[in-house]
Design a protein around this ligand. Structure first.
Ligand SMILES: Nc1ncnc2c1ncn2[C@@H]1O[C@H](COP(=O)(O)OP(=O)(O)OP(=O)(O)O)[C@@H](O)[C@H]1O
Length: 513
């Protein structure tokens, strides 16, 4: 298969608005793809090479100055093996070799293909939003139910492998996907509830647990081998020795646990989220000692050879308590006084509570209503589109942020507002240095960036707007923090923002208690 076909399809996808049209475009390409190039084609189209992040910067690429080829001749498998070589070329002395590999690849690409490869290599093409469309396209191309593809994708976390199985072996091959210790699966997510009373009324028999404001972890253990993954399935095992040691000591042979991790201050309060996140990038011993991470597990997905995804939460929690004991998150099943748990959680410095249906299975990768989050402050996770240069005291700093919501159909983010409120001096410093690394272009006022960074915004609500393209604008938005644990694909959608127009205004949500 020619790379050119993938590039044309990608451009075609970007032009189409409707989900149905996008699905049709993709499934046509997949139907014609040779079995040995299908996985790579799927990976390229969703912007996520199977080799993981290759880590080539925009500057490196533009400095290579490879003269484009006249006519397309690169095949998908050639590009895939070139990426494999690149990913394998690391360590000292690798810079020159990597440049040579890159130059050789780019010089065989047409101008259009070069542009595509630039975006693929820098991660700009990475479109998690396209994953849902891709799942449907794979189902259509393979003639299998979308649900079967979705389930296999959730278990494997890998669309290319899932597509390959669907096309090669149909429903039977998809049904053979199991939890594999050492292969992370996408975490189950929660929906917001208006209040604790609403949440408990909606769900019936519930577990009410602290909602801790740390970082999500998924821990896998087989024998003495332990792996730790983040919310986005990035492996951080090497950075969190205290967690791996602790998990190695749990009374079991194999286990997959879902939980939250954070560091505490000396008097037992949660430390700021940024500090917890910083541990995922650091192995410096003094930092490890100062910021000892503790795990708070809230789910058990696999124990000693048995998959528990389809078991009700009630049963999963019984296994969880048996295996993780004192490391289980604080909470109670069918509490007589749910309010008391919320009060205690907030008083301890946490975010709120999670209310979970005790009869529900673990819906990997889904944001359903079996888990409801109750927190007094409403926030949105938005994509940074750019920032304006500040004035006065903020002269020389990138300040006023342009914020976008995700297009659920895989298009570019939709701008919904701007804010410079809530930015601390530290955040100003940080974003002034960081944003230019993601720069797409600039003018006199602002630096515009590729949509990679997610920021958590607190707001009073939204209002109808004729100025912004989505017809909706944020009211009184302020920055809470950046969310390095999230990709643009995890950001809130324009539909979520629009829903606030009609719903109760988040700012008026009861401040319980
Ligand atoms: N007891 C708990 N059960 C489940 N998740 C919990 C719990 N305590 C904290 N969390 C965290 O809350 C998150 C669930 O909320 P949600 O599905 O909205 O994800 P999120 O968008 O990261 O959340 P938020 O933006 O509210 O922090 C989980 O990803 C997890 O990191």
């Amino acid at each position: 298969m020619q790379l050119h076909d993938v590039v044309t399809t990608s451009a075609d996808l970007a032009r189409r608005r409707s989900r149905k049209a996008k699905t049709a475009v993709l499934s046509e390409l997949l139907s014609g793809a040779p079995a040995d190039e299908l996985a790579a084609a799927v990976a390229f189209l969703t912007g996520a090479p199977t080799q993981g992040r290759i880590g080539v910067g925009w500057r490196t690429l533009s400095e290579l100055r490879a003269v484009p080829a006249e006519a397309p001749r690169l095949t998908v498998s050639e590009v895939d093996s070139a990426l494999g070589e690149l990913a394998a070329t690391t360590g000292s002395g690798s810079v020159r070799l990597r440049s040579e590999l890159l130059r050789s690849l780019l010089s065989r690409a047409t101008a259009e293909e070069q542009d595509f490869l630039f975006r693929l290599l820098t991660g700009e093409l990475r479109q998690g939003a396209l994953e849902g469309v891709m799942v449907e396209a794979v189902a259509a191309a393979a003639g299998v139910p979308a649900e079967a593809v979705r389930r296999a994708f959730m278990l494997s976390g890998r669309l290319p492998d899932t597509a390959h199985a669907a096309m090669a072996g149909g429903t039977a091959a998809l049904a053979a996907f199991r939890i594999e210790v050492g292969r992370p699966l996408r975490p189950m997510l929660a929906s917001p509830a208006e209040s604790l009373a609403d949440a408990t009324a909606e769900l019936g028999s519930v577990s009410v647990e602290y909602k801790l404001d740390g970082a999500r972890i998924q821990v896998h253990r087989r024998g003495d081998e332990v792996h730790v993954y983040t919310r986005t399935l990035r492996e951080v095992t090497a950075h969190v020795a205290e967690l791996t040691d602790l998990v190695r000591g749990l009374p079991c042979e194999s286990v997959v646990l879902d939980g939250e991790t954070l560091a505490l201050t000396d008097d037992g309060r949660p430390r700021p989220f940024q500090e917890t996140m910083s541990r995922f990038g650091s192995t410096r011993e003094e930092q490890v000692r100062a910021l000892l991470l503790r795990p708070y597990f809230f789910d058990c997905l696999h124990l000693d050879g048995t998959d528990l995804l389809d078991a009700p939460l009630r049963e999963r929690q019984a296994k969880l308590r048996a295996v993780a004991g004192e490391h289980v998150i604080p909470g109670e099943q069918e509490p007589a006084d749910p309010d008391a748990i919320l009060v205690a959680s907030l008083e301890a410095g946490h975010e709120g509570v999670m209310v979970k249906d005790l009869d529900s299975p673990y819906a990997a990768g889904r944001r359903g209503r079996a888990w409801l989050k109750v927190k007094p402050v409403h926030t949105l996770d938005l994509v940074v589109l750019g920032a304006e240069w500040g004035h006065g005291r903020r002269h020389g700093y990138l300040s006023n942020l342009h914020l976008g919501a995700r297009d659920p159909n895989g298009g570019p983010p939709v701008m919904v507002g701007k804010t410079f409120k809530g930015l601390t001096d530290e955040l100003l410093d940080w974003q002034t240095a960081e944003l230019p690394r993601h720069e797409s272009h600039r003018d006199d006022q602002a630096v515009y960036v590729r949509p990679n960074l997610v920021v958590e915004i607190e707001l009073d609500g939204v209002q109808a707007s004729t100025r912004y393209p989505g017809g909706v604008a944020l009211r009184f938005a302020r920055v809470l923090r950046y969310r390095p644990d999230k990709d643009a694909a995890d950001a809130d959608t324009i539909d979520t923002v629009r829903a606030l127009l009609t719903g109760e205004r988040p700012g008026e949500q009861p401040r319980e208690p």
